[in-house]
Design a protein around this ligand. Structure first.
Ligand code: ADP
Ligand code: ARG
Length: 345
C-alpha cells in the first residue's frame, strides 16, 4: 500500500488494515505478510489485497480472473486416458493428499474470532459431521482438543493423529499464526473429523475455519481428487449460511497465498540425490523454477525425516482445481528426471 491510500481510510479502517498486516510487521521475512480477518476484507481493502494477490501469485488481474473448475474436460496436460497414474512415471505407491480451505460466511475469519465464536462454530459444525458419520461413504468420528468437549482426546491421542498426518500441529508454535491472532485461544474450538478409512479429513479451527482433504497411499491421483470434489459438495451443502466466496477471487481464505482454489495437492516422495545433504536446499533450488513447493515430512515449516519430502504445485490462484492436480503430476514427472540427473553430480 502507499501512504496516500492509508491516509484515505477512516480511523476504524486504518486499525483494520494494521491488524491485517500484524504478522508481516512482526516477521519482515514473510513471504506474504498479511492475513484477512474477515471475508469482506478482500473487498473493503481491494487496493491493498489486489496488489498483494497479483504480486504474490504473479498474475495481472486486469486481464486474468479466477474461475473455479474441477472438471478435467478441456484441462491442458491431461493424459489421453485421463489417468494421473504415478506408475506411468516409474513410481510405486506414494502418499497422496489434496486439501482445500473453506470459511463459513457467518463467522469472522480465524484471526479475529473470539473464543466464544470458536467454540460456537465447533458446536454448529457438529450437525455437519453427524451427517458424514451417518453416511456409509464416510463414517468415522469427530475428535476435539477443546477442553471438556464430549469428544475430547488427550495429548497422547492428539500426538498420534498429528504423526499420522490426520490432525494439525500445535498452532501456538507458529509465529505467523500467533502474530495474526489465528492461533489465539488454542486449543479451544479446534478439532478434526476423519472418516472410517482415515482417507477423508476435515480440520476445524486451523488457519481457515475448515481444511477439507483426502489422503491415500496409492498410485492414482484422480482418486483423491475425485473423492475430495464429491465430499466438498456434501459438506458445503450442509453449512448454514454457506462458505465465503468471491465472484472475482474464488474461494476466500485467511491467507492470500491460498485464495482462489484454497487447494494444495501434494505427494510424499523420496529424493535421495537431491536431498543427500539432509536438507531441502537443493530440492528447493530445482523445484522453485518448476512452480513446485518443497515442504518437510510433517508439512510446512518442518524438517525432512527419513528422506521424505512433500512436493506440491505452488499455484492456487487463477488456476483451476483440475489444473493444479495435473500440474502436480507433470511436476513429479519432471522432478524425477532432475533427481536422476542429480545422481551423477
Ligand atoms: P497444509 O497442507 O494444510 O497447508 P501442512 O503443510 O502443515 O498444511 O501439512 C499438513 C499435514 O499434511 C502434515 O502432517 C503433512 O505432513 C501432511 N501431508 C501433506 N502432504 C501429504 C501427503 N502427500 N501424504 C501424507 N501427508 C501429507
Ligand atoms: N504468513 C507466512 C508468510 O507470509 C506464511 C504464508 C504461507 N503459509 C501459510 N500457511 N499461509 O510467509
Amino acid at each position: 500500500m502507499d501512504k496516500k491510500y492509508y491516509d484515505s481510510l477512516s480511523e476504524n479502517d486504518k486499525l483494520r488494515l494494521l491488524t491485517i498486516c500484524l504478522s508481516g510487521v512482526e516477521s519482515p521475512d514473510s513471504a506474504m505478510g498479511c492475513y484477512a480477518m474477515h471475508p469482506n476484507d478482500y473487498k473493503d481493502f481491494k487496493p491493498f489485497f489486489q496488489k498483494a494477490l497479483s504480486q504474490y501469485h504473479k498474475v495481472d488481474l486486469s486481464v486474468n480472473s479466477h474461475k473455479t473448475n474441477w472438471d478435467f474436460k478441456g484441462a491442458k496436460g491431461l493424459p489421453e486416458d485421463g489417468k494421473l497414474d504415478m506408475t506411468a512415471l516409474g513410481l510405486e505407491k506414494v502418499s497422496m493428499r489434496v486439501r482445500t480451505g473453506r470459511n463459513l460466511q457467518k463467522f469472522p475469519l480465524p484471526g479475529s474470532m473470539t473464543k466464544d465464536e470458536r467454540i460456537k462454530m465447533e458446536q454448529e459444525m457438529k450437525k455437519v459431521f453427524d451427517v458424514l458419520i451417518a453416511d456409509k461413504n464416510y463414517g468415522g468420528k469427530y475428535v476435539s482438543i477443546t477442553p471438556n468437549h464430549p469428544n475430547f482426546i488427550n495429548k497422547e491421542e492428539y500426538d498420534s493423529l498429528v504423526k499420522q498426518h490426520i490432525m494439525f500441529k500445535d498452532m501456538s508454535a507458529d509465529k505467523y499464526l500467533l502474530a495474526a491472532g489465528i492461533a489465539q485461544d488454542w486449543p479451544h474450538g479446534r478439532g478434526c473429523y476423519y472418516s472410517e478409512d482415515k482417507g477423508f479429513i476435515i480440520w476445524l479451527g486451523e488457519e481457515d475455519h475448515l481444511r477439507i482433504m483426502c489422503m491415500k497411499t496409492g498410485t492414482m491421483l484422480n482418486e483423491v481428487f475425485d473423492r475430495l470434489k464429491t465430499a466438498v459438495d456434501v459438506v458445503e451443502k450442509q453449512i448454514d449460511g454457506g462458505c465465503a466466496k468471491s465472484d472475482e477471487y474464488g474461494v476466500i481464505t485467511s491467507c492470500p497465498t491460498n485464495m482462489g482454489t484454497g487447494m494444495r495437492a501434494s505427494v510424499h516422495v523420496k529424493l535421495p540425490n537431491l536431498c543427500k545433504d539432509g536438507t531441502e536446499a537443493k530440492a528447493v533450488e530445482v523445484c522453485k523454477p518448476m512452480g513446485l513447493s518443497v515442504r518437510g515430512t510433517g508439512g510446512e515449516h518442518t524438517p525432512i525425516v527419513g528422506g521424505v519430502v512433500d512436493i506440491s504445485p505452488s499455484a492456487r490462484f487463477c488456476i483451476s482445481e483440475a489444473e493444479i492436480v495435473i500440474k502436480l503430476y507433470h511436476g513429479i514427472k519432471d522432478l524425477m528426471v532432475k533427481e536422476k540427473a542429480a545422481a551423477a553430480q
